[in-house]
Design a protein around this ligand. Sequence first.
Ligand SMILES: Nc1ncnc2c1ncn2[C@@H]1O[C@H](COP(=O)(O)OP(=O)(O)OP(=O)(O)O)[C@@H](O)[C@H]1O
Length: 745
Amino acid sequence: MDTPPTDSPAAPDGVSPDVFERELAAEQAHVDLVYARLAEATRSARQVANQGRALYQSDRQTVVREEDGTGLFERDVFAFQAARRLATLDAEHEGLVFGRLDRTDDEIRYVGRIGVRDADYEPLVIDWRAPAAEPFYRATPANPMEVVRRRVLRCRGVRVVGIEDDLIDSEAADDDLVVIGDGALLAALSRARGHTMRDIVATIQAEQDEAIRAPYQGVTLITGGPGTGKTVVALHRAAYLLYSNRRRFESGGVLVVGPSRLFMNYIERVLPSLGEEAVTLRSVGSVASDVVDLTGERHDSAEVERIKGGLAMVDVLARLVARPPTGSPTELRLLVKGEPITLRAEQLSRIRREVLAHNRVNTGRAAAETALLTALWRAKPADVDLDREAFDDLVTDLAAYKMFCHAWWPHLSPTDALARLADPATAAELTAGLLDPADAALLAQSLREADLARGGEPSVADGALLDELADRLGPLPEVEEEAPLFLEDGRQVEEVVTTLDRMAPIREADPFADPYTTYAHVLVDEAQDISPMQWRMLRRRGQRASWTIVGDLAQSSWPDPEEARRAIEQTIGSAPRREFRMSTNYRSPAEVFTLASQVVTAVYPTADLPTAVRSTGIDPLLRVAPAPDRLAEEVLAATREVLGQVEGTVGVIAAPDRARGLSELLADELDGEDATRATVVLPLQAKGLEYDAVVVVDPDEIVATSPGGVRVLYVALTRPTQRLVTVDANPGAAWRRSLGSPATG
Ligand SMILES: Nc1ncnc2c1ncn2[C@@H]1O[C@H](COP(=O)(O)OP(=O)(O)OP(=O)(O)O)[C@@H](O)[C@H]1O
């Protein structure tokens, strides 16, 4: 928490300084009481915990009943959690107590990030997720819900620095009720942005609150245009679900999936600021990192992503898994007691088919061997005089048999399996009738370039293919490493390894266990960009889960947004669903959003356009470079100019081929504070992010190089919270044709 500044906050217009001071002091007194109570509870909890620990330590020789110890720890566990949560609040996030309701029955209720009670168990603050806090978000003059005045407190650390009121029920208000400010929402929206997303817990709007508090069962769809708070609402929903069904979701787990690592970094502070850490955050490229080694940040070309993301790959991979490895033996020939026994290719193929009908590759080796032995037994010449048991023993001891099994039915990692498709002939054979031959060639080429077999980095789209393969192949037996004879602790040998230790690494993984982690709730953001193959990967993680799916088709980077819609529909299937549409754009100023909507509706007339809540009076600036080869110079000038105009962050959004050069230029030319405030991002990386000012570089190039074309440009144009500047390479830029009354610059 930051140190309180010494100066006093100024009274807002229309409120006398005395009145403002008095109100601030009253609120400060309550906030002080809450912090004092929390400090006291934390102290006592620590004491109890220490006592408990001492008891366990001193009583090692005697029997301590488990429940005695647990009881001690549990008693004030709340205070511990509260202290831990407090530590996560920083200057970016406003204080622990942020709201107050004055009710018609004269009760005063404070609302905060967590609930705190006094020594008599009376609430000092109500957790924002509790039903009693609902009127804080839902009360309106039309439906006051017994609220007279809603007050939002703005705190810096432990200090109250601002007050914003809404008079909800003027008839029920006493004459001397003070009402301060123009409303907390607009104040919050015009504040400068930092590098991470802020929570909105103090200013959640009624339509957002409905989506946040919707029941957990089934599928909750949250749709809406850019800047309508879909992401932030979804994250608050995750916190709400954990609060209202803690046992279910804390033990079952909640998975939040977003478009990129940059985006995950951007949102990662929101949940801790709301007091929740028991959530797994993953970019869509790294969802499969629980089964294969990947970081998932490299994107294939749009064309290759389309091929790898399509459902035809399910059958391609099924064929890949069923096919014997290239170069594996096509016949089994053994000499048993001097007599040759042979199994031919058709017999071997039949055995493989039958075994794979009931087993996965990596767990089916034993079944395959049983079937082989039976076939060999049947093929045995009559004059080999052995009973079945002796026959099996003899055969399984033969080096030729062992080598055959190893080559014919090797254990396969998903990466090695996928790498086989890098061979154009294999790719052509396995995709016949499923993919266009040109697409098959592109697929093979992309995998050749990735060189997965030699440790190359899988792409984002490969992640879903590897996951599919991991599911089909089953877990690899963990036999790679020989167990060490001694366990070493840095320098010296500590202890002789027991037989059990030595056995542990060579025990096979449970063949029936799922190789992936599953969750009780899966929340998918930017769902319009999830490919059908990626949906399959996500579904595996939430087979019995409830879902929150968040998206906006107009921002889809798929060439065909309808395909994205169908993929979402297929995922939901017949599960019960509820849908919430967010209708207000809280991010973009009206001037910016008007321009962005003209651009998107020109090609996507059914785009869901929200209403921008704020106007800055500043039109977007459309700049043109003096000559196409002076574009970078113009971008630098534009960036410098906006850095001087806004307080917070500046995003420079450019097509991939241009971004690297610009990034180097800005790093060379900008220094100090400016260098950290301005960042160059690719259009796809900009998904879900926002900046105070945005410079969109060569919009035509963004359209030409993005699979979603104009829809991706729309994403770029809707990122600023204050100012938008575009920089064209030449005056006749095509994208400007869709603008109603062209602005100039
Ligand atoms: N009730 C609110 N109070 C204050 N700020 C809000 C509120 N709702 C949304 N915002 C702000 O609006 C901005 C946009 O929110 P968010 O990124 O969640 O929108 P989105 O719908 O996911 O956008 P996009 O689809 O463009 O990525 C954020 O800065 C968020 O903090």
